[in-house]
Design a protein around this ligand. Structure first.
Ligand code: C5P
Length: 233
């Protein structure tokens, strides 16, 4: 029995709060080629209806709200996400063991369950930022420590940079989910991403799904760019 819903190889990040733009993009992309990642911007502006629009068009949805709260609140939020029939949900590993276990209780593994993954350390945090909030020892050690907690709590995997994908897929084992942003097709703009990999490099490094935003959503023809990316895999 599969422990979670099947995952697309590409999730397109719909980072827009404008309903018309969101609908336009959903209309231009082929749901057989990708899922849609809905994050805090779109969800806060547009609410659960944005999930419904994507689901109605046949897209698997990654609800990227990175829950981080007391265990009971995260349990209820995860239940609400499961009831929206999304395919992937995430939480912050730094919420701690009991919070991770509460998320796992809310989303019991099974073929209809969304994948449940965790963010370890935000890639925007450098060692000095972590030290400022009381985490000494650096980002790499913190990623390792939190990944251990995530494994022990029985989650399905992590969100991480493609550069950590190999280590994470070894750590979590076969069948785990390793979801990586910071992916750029050869020749496309890096925007504010620093350490990028191409889609095929990221998959070869151990990623199981890629999150790609602006190279697709900012293109003249998002559907064509998506087709080219999928063909390159
Ligand atoms: O446009 P771009 O491809 O850079 O979008 C990547 C998406 O992945 C954005 O929604 C961004 O917030 C998200 N993300 C990221 N790096 C992380 C975690 C999430 O770029 N470490």
């Amino acid at each position: 029995m599969s422990a979670h819903r099947p995952q697309p190889r590409v999730y397109v990040a719909l980072d827009s709060a404008r309903p018309q733009r969101v609908r336009e993009l959903l209309g231009e992309l082929d749901p057989s080629l990708c899922g849609i990642k809905i994050g805090k911007e779109a969800f806060t502006a547009l609410g659960p209806s944005v999930v419904e629009w994507a689901r109605e068009r046949g897209f698997p949805v990654f609800l990227d709200l990175k829950f981080h709260d007391i265990p009971n609140t995260v349990r209820q939020a995860c239940r609400a996400a499961r009831d929206l029939e999304v395919s992937l949900v995430n939480v912050h590993a730094s919420g701690g063991r009991r919070m991770l276990e509460a998320a796992r209780e809310a989303i019991e593994p099974g073929p209809e369950a969304p994948g449940l993954i965790a963010v370890t350390v935000l890639t925007s945090m450098e060692d000095a930022d972590l030290a400022e909030v009381g985490v000494s020892g650096g980002a790499a050690a913190q990623v390792e420590r939190l990944a251990g907690l995530v494994v022990e709590a029985g989650l399905d995997g992590v969100v991480c940079s493609a550069h950590e994908a190999g280590a994470m897929s070894r750590r979590f084992g076969a069948g785990s989910l390793v979801v990586t942003p910071g992916v750029r097709p050869a020749g496309s703009a890096r925007d504010d991403q620093r350490r990028v990999m191409t889609p095929s490099e990221a998959l070869a490094a151990g990623a199981t799904s890629l999150v790609i935003g602006r190279p697709i959503t900012g293109a003249q023809s998002p559907g064509r760019v998506l087709e080219d990316i999928v063909a390159s895999l």
